[in-house]
Design a protein around this ligand. Structure first.
Ligand code: 48F
Length: 258
């Protein structure tokens, strides 16, 4: 049977339309498809939650693909190996407490397992604002990334979520919008964005986990965004904290969702 270009087009439009409309209201909306966002999405989807992830770029994986300085391996410490195991990501021992995984295998496997578990990913979509009510955040304002990049004057669309996770990495973009535009203070020591500190891997890995929490009603931070918001150093290409942060935010939200 000859293939018909219009049917190919129709299939794509129909498929995407269904994906879009069935995700206008979700339990959790994750912003950013780096390791912390993907792990959070995986565990939430596995628990049967309706969860969606918006990623500005064409590909998810965030800062994982390039390992350290484009040497595409990542280091994971013993405490986080169970997350690699949950995904089936292979690793080898370097020395006690230092394990090496292939960055490409890690990023691609986090992605495929999360999607297969039920996470819906919208790539090429940027979150530019939040939806607010007196009781807190209740959704996101989204637009195509190319619209943002070219600076076109095009109004965005809005999606509703019971909880939002800012997993946007160093930029902590959702929190920045909240500070700028939503009345109220952050639940951080000074009530504001405390800011990311310089390199200290050991402290950073511990603090990433501690800092993974709700920082505004309805808004959680995970991954590097947690340290950027609540205050903590950077850690470079050791990824255990990112994986554990995603796992923790999923567990907390699961508990909140009941
Ligand atoms: O930076 P990123 O990988 O976040 P992460 O999960 O992991 C951090 C590590 O990669 C690394 C590190 C570990 O040792 O320090 O940096 O905290 O991924 C964040 C993703 O969020 C996307 C961005 O394109 C990236 O893929 N992103 C950022 N802002 C937005 C966004 C936005 N406004 N809308 C949609 N996506």
């Amino acid at each position: 049977m000859a293939l018909d270009e219009i049917l190919i087009t129709r299939a794509i439009i129909d498929g995407y339309y269904q994906k879009l409309t069935s995700n206008l209201e979700t339990d959790v909306a994750i912003v950013g498809g780096g390791p912390s966002g993907l792990v959070a999405g995986y565990f939430l989807a596995k628990a049967g939650r309706k969860v969606v992830l918006y990623e500005r770029k064409l590909s998810v994986g965030g800062g994982m693909w390039g390992g350290g300085m484009m040497f595409n391996d990542i280091v994971v410490q013993t405490d986080a190996l169970h997350v690699l195991d949950a995904f089936g990501i292979r690793y080898r021992r370097f020395q006690e407490n230092y394990y090496i995984a292939d960055a490409v295998e890690a990023a691609s496997t986090l992605t495929s397992k999360a999607v297969q578990a039920g996470l819906t990913v919208f790539n090429c979509v940027s979150v530019e604002d939040v939806m607010m009510r007196p009781e807190g955040l209740c959704g996101l304002v989204i637009n195509w990334s190319p619209v943002e990049m070219v600076g076109l004057h095009v109004d965005p669309l809005t999606v509703r979520a019971k909880f939002v996770v800012d997993a946007t990495g160093h930029a902590t973009e959702v929190v920045k919008v909240v500070v700028r535009k939503v009345p109220g203070k952050l639940m951080t020591p000074e009530g504001r964005i405390e800011g990311e500190k310089s390199m200290w891997a050991d402290q950073a890995e511990k603090l990433t986990l501690e800092n993974t929490r709700e920082v505004f009603p309805g808004l959680y931070v995970a991954g590097m965004a947690a340290n950027a918001t609540v205050g903590g150093p950077r850690m470079g290409p050791i990824f255990g904290g990112m994986l554990l942060s995603g796992e923790k935010v999923a567990a907390e939200l699961n508990a909140r969702l009941g």
